[in-house]
Design a protein. Structure first.
Length: 485
């Protein structure tokens, strides 16, 4: 996590003062203490079960009303299972080239370099004639580095048709191929191609996209060694689709011979983390007012509900993974997403995906992943089976905490971490010492999202129907804020 500059000046000192009042929260053994399980659970080895061995049942906390919770239904659905394998993503052959581009503002032609577009030459004899648009990396925007490569902001170029006489009357320019056909994974389009001399002219538009460039060599080097998998991420995005306004899908996926390019919507207003850095309440304290927080958090919950509705668990939600686009926001980065198992109605002893299954099942431990300040306790421990919905709800709780307090979350979800202790055991006192005034409904929502025992944690439906959401929002347009990129 980057340095949390949105933390208030009294945040750390308040935690230290509260910690001095604690009898003890430090644990000598570095193994995670199951605060919600009791001493009988602590002796279990922290080993991941084999495919034949069933993992230990998740620890259960007290349910004072003895009511059957949504989590209970998932536990009772059947034995925990591994995540469902993602289908192979749909990948098209792409090509990078230097092309002629017409600028309607200057009415001049120029050569645009490193332009990405779909290559139809292997499918049709008139392949270049079928190209309708292309993506030109904006020269003045520096690429953003990622684990697997970089993200580049591109202008959309529209293919000029024969009827565009004014544009087409320019002297023709040939495409100059700039890609290198040295793919590092199996791809049918990896054969060497001959340079073609075709007339192709594009028109510059003001529309932008973001292109996530995954280097083939880096993907090979990190395969099975890193939790993030670009192929799974693409498959997840294609399952999620582009229909929901609060989740980032993908427009196209193009393999250009050396990199796997994922074309996505461009969000030009930064991310939720940056928004928090620049948020000041009316009392001059950092953070958002509750109506402001509700406006953005409502969108986060709506996006997460859609992700869960197609059977996917995100596992890496954070303020950095919520992009802001003017008055809207979108959840991004499915690199650590998994498909949740569901009971197969034909053979209940087996599991299948959400579209064919009946009841969601628990998931066998998959190791710790995600960002520590937002990670759920059960993912951090990775000793017991977990519920995909519940771990994402926890993460949303930590995000809401950051929004309404203007402070960072914990360093790790462990009872020896003072911030974690007070967020889960003494939230009212913590916010009081920070002089953060929260409505009773807001306090209740936070406390019940940040339940260590996932059985007592709110579900997505319960969050949407919580009284806190009945109050009005304060709409914001990030394009009008000073931090706009």
């Amino acid at each position: 996590m980057p340095s949390s500059s949105f933390i208030s000046s009294n945040g750390d000192s308040a935690v230290r003062q509260l910690t001095e009042k604690m009898e003890t929260v430090r644990v000598e053994d570095e193994a995670m203490v199951d605060a919600d399980a009791g001493a009988s659970e602590r002796s279990q080895p922290a080993t991941q079960p084999s495919s034949q061995q069933q993992p230990p049942s998740p620890p259960r906390g007290s349910n004072p009303n003895n009511r059957r919770r949504p989590y209970d239904i998932t536990v009772e659905a059947g034995p925990a299972a591994d995540p469902i394998v993602f289908p192979q993503p749909q990948i098209h052959r792409g090509r990078r080239a230097e092309v002629c581009c017409y600028n309607p503002k200057t009415q001049d032609h120029e050569m645009a370099k490193n332009v990405l577009f779909r290559d139809f030459s292997r499918e049709f004899e008139d392949g270049d004639a079928r190209v309708t648009q292309a993506y030109w990396p904006v020269p003045y925007k520096k690429p953003i580095r990622t684990i697997m490569g970089h993200v580049e902001i591109c202008l959309i170029l529209k293919r000029c048709t024969g009827k565009d006489n004014t544009i087409g009357s320019s002297s023709s320019m040939s495409i100059k191929n700039t890609s290198t056909d040295t793919p590092q994974f199996d791809d049918s389009s990896s054969d060497e191609e001959e340079d073609e001399e075709d007339d192709i002219i594009f028109e510059l538009t003001d529309e932008m996209v973001a292109v996530k460039v995954n280097y083939s060599q880096r993907m090979e080097e990190l395969r099975h060694r890193h939790a993030e998998d670009p192929l799974k991420e693409i498959a997840a995005m294609q399952i999620i689709g582009n229909e929901h306004p609060n989740v980032m899908g993908c427009i196209d996926v193009l393999f250009d011979g050396s990199s796997l390019n994922v074309v996505m919507k461009y969000c030009g207003s930064g991310d939720l983390f940056e928004l928090l850095q620049n948020s000041i309440r009316d009392d001059q304290q950092p953070g958002m007012t509750e109506p402001q927080a509700r406006y953005w958090f409502r969108q986060v919950i709506a996006g997460l509900k859609h992700i869960h509705s197609v059977g996917i668990c995100h596992r890496d939600l954070s303020p950095e993974n919520v992009m802001i686009d003017g008055p809207g926001s979108l959840i991004i980065d499915m690199g650590m997403a998994i498909r949740m198992p569901y009971t197969d109605p034909v053979d209940p002893s087996k599991v299948t995906d959400r579209s064919h299954g009946s009841q969601r099942r628990m998931i066998r431990p998959q190791g710790a992943c995600g960002k520590l300040p937002y990670m759920s306790p059960e993912i951090y421990r990775h000793k017991h089976s977990f519920d995909g919905d519940a771990v994402d709800v926890w993460t949303c709780g930590t995000i809401l905490f950051c929004m309404v307090t203007g402070n960072r979350s914990y360093e790790r979800p462990h009872p020896s971490d003072p911030q974690f202790y007070w967020m889960t055991k003494g939230l009212t006192q913590l916010l009081g010492d920070w002089n953060v005034k929260l409505s009773p409904e807001g306090m209740h929502l936070l406390q019940h999202m940040l339940q260590i025992d996932p059985a007592n944690r709110l579900s997505i439906d319960e969050i949407e129907n919580h009284p806190w959401f009945a109050f009005p929002d304060e709409p914001q347009d990030a394009d009008d804020m000073e931090f706009q990129l």
